[in-house]
Design a protein around this ligand. Structure first.
Ligand code: MD3
Ligand code: FE
Length: 216
């Protein structure tokens, strides 16, 4: 794991490097938190959070929905991106401007110029929800970074290597933190430890994470 480095960012956030091309921008989303929470309510009203089943037959403890041109889904047949919500047959909700602008600014602040996501996966964690170690490899373009925004309860993020058995670093993520992963760090194994119930003042006993991707 790279030693902690501090960078200057155009947006005056603390920027920690957690890998050669992976960065945590502490509090980067805080100025937009209220707008983001309001936008999630709109998305959720059109495309409800649901617990999906993996190809292996396990129900995910994390509930998810999507916005943008493409949405990530899983069922017994596999993982994939679709243009429509399989629950309703309707297109996924449009990605709000406050989402895409934030994602693009976070990417620029860490050296990924011109990031224009076409998919946003929204994850909702309740106490006990976890995400086991995996790679994100359903996107067509691995050159584009992934940008993630954390809201609500804190979580411990696990950041591994290129092999499942590589040791993992534990990185705490708090309300308002933004993480950017690209280049050599794009396909690293990662996961989230089971969430502790330490209610957040705005979101209560939940954590919302959204990840912006170039999927199509
Ligand atoms: C590291 N979500 O949705 S954030 C996921 O907190 C996912 O909900 C976690 O892993 C969460 O797939 C982690 C971000 C994340 C996304 C993609 C990555 C971290 C990554 C790709 C490579 C390395
Ligand atoms: Fe992931």
């Amino acid at each position: 794991m790279a030693t902690l480095q501090l960078f200057e960012s155009t947006d005056d956030a603390h920027c920690e490097s957690i890998g050669p091309r992976a960065f945590v921008l502490r509090g980067f989303a805080l100025p937009h938190a209220d707008a983001l929470v309001a936008a999630i309510a709109d998305i959720e009203a059109r495309a409800a959070f649901r617990n999906m089943v993996t190809p292996g037959g396990f129900m995910m403890s994390v509930a998810l929905t999507n916005c943008g041109e493409f949405g990530w889904t899983t069922d017994r047949r596999g993982y994939r991106y679709t243009r429509e919500d399989p629950e309703t047959g309707k297109p996924w909700p449009v990605m709000p401007d406050v989402f895409s602008t934030l994602a693009s600014r976070a990417a620029s602040a860490t050296g990924f110029i011109g990031f224009n996501p076409d998919a946003c996966l929204v994850n909702r964690y309740l106490p006990g929800s976890r995400l086991s170690l995996h790679q994100d490899r359903n996107e067509r373009d691995f050159d584009a970074p992934i940008v993630s925004v954390s809201l609500g309860m804190s979580a411990t993020f696990l950041f591994g290597g290129h092999t499942r058995s590589d040791r993992t670093a534990k990185i705490p993520l708090h309300h308002g933190d933004v993480v950017v992963w690209g280049g050599v760090d794009r396909l690293r194994f990662h996961g989230v430890m089971p969430l502790k119930d330490e209610p957040h003042s705005v979101l209560g006993s939940q954590r919302i994470n959204f990840t912006f991707r170039k999927a199509g």
